[in-house]
Design a protein around this ligand. Sequence first.
Ligand code: HSE
Length: 347
Amino acid sequence: MKDITRICFVGWGVVGQGLAEILLEQEKELKEKYGFEYKVVAIADKLKGSVYDEKGLDLTKLLKLVKETGKIDTYPGGIKGWDSIQTITESNANLIVEASWTDINTGEPAISHVKSAIGCHKHVVMTNKGPIALAVKELLKMAKKNGVQLRFEGTVLSGTPAINLALKNLAGSKITKFAGIVNGTTNYILTEMEKGLKYQDALKQAQELGYAEADPTADVEGYDALGKVIILANVVLGANLTKNQVLCQGITKITSKDIEDAKQEGKRWKLIAGAELKEDGSIVASVKPLKIPLTHPLASVGGPINALTFTTKYLGDVTIIGPGAGREATGYALLTDILDIHRNLTK
Ligand code: HSE
């Protein structure tokens, strides 16, 4: 990481490709402004294939190839056919970008990817919520023991600062609570339904725009927001929350009529997620749709935009609003983590 960062992508869908485009677009600026130089040496994707070249791959060519064919294993040159674990462990990459699909129940295959990377002393940046929601403490401990960094800003609010904001900028502020809108897909659907679109059409659009998970059930049933609540509660509030301890309701039961009725009452439905650290040390957490007045600050947060309020002792409420999903916004989250690791290792 100190000289040239050698990057390996594990999972190269919307998010991974989003980061690749940002890296290409800013290559010169990243070097001049931050002294950050990189090459992408490997990509492994379960559906698109894998390719490895220790000297570096041509990212422009790969982006064109994946756009035109949906595959990367027709890339001219390099070693093909390695699976994700072999690519992580045997390539000369020193930074693994874990961007495979999220499974909030098992965390796999991402947990195995992260453990393999840390086990062979490679830094990891990830947007995958599964491993962080299920095993963040174990993984951070393992990373520390192996002298590498594990970063996951993009697991909550994509590239809009949430985890780093709470852990770094608000360090010492005594955060006792957080609440807000943490799922872009459902917020987009609710916003579009209010404009008159049918649920299924709004969901389809959210999928096409790259907001939804590979299986959008996770979004609409609230499990994605649940994962984010667990991550924030465990990382920011120091809890040991598991998914069975959190009340979780999605938006599938909200009908167009419910939305219209709310409008007549001067209200709006939002999927609100949050957790609070009580004085006795217990944690109360939930994900549920709430009908909030139009005057409420969260009522005007529409589309894929997310908002999160941290309640602190010394500052009162601190709110951040910004994109919570999407190709560029989530790709950018990975870049913030990569630059932060680079900064830490070169200072
Ligand atoms: N499916 C997620 C959302 C992506 O809609 O918010 C970002 O975590």
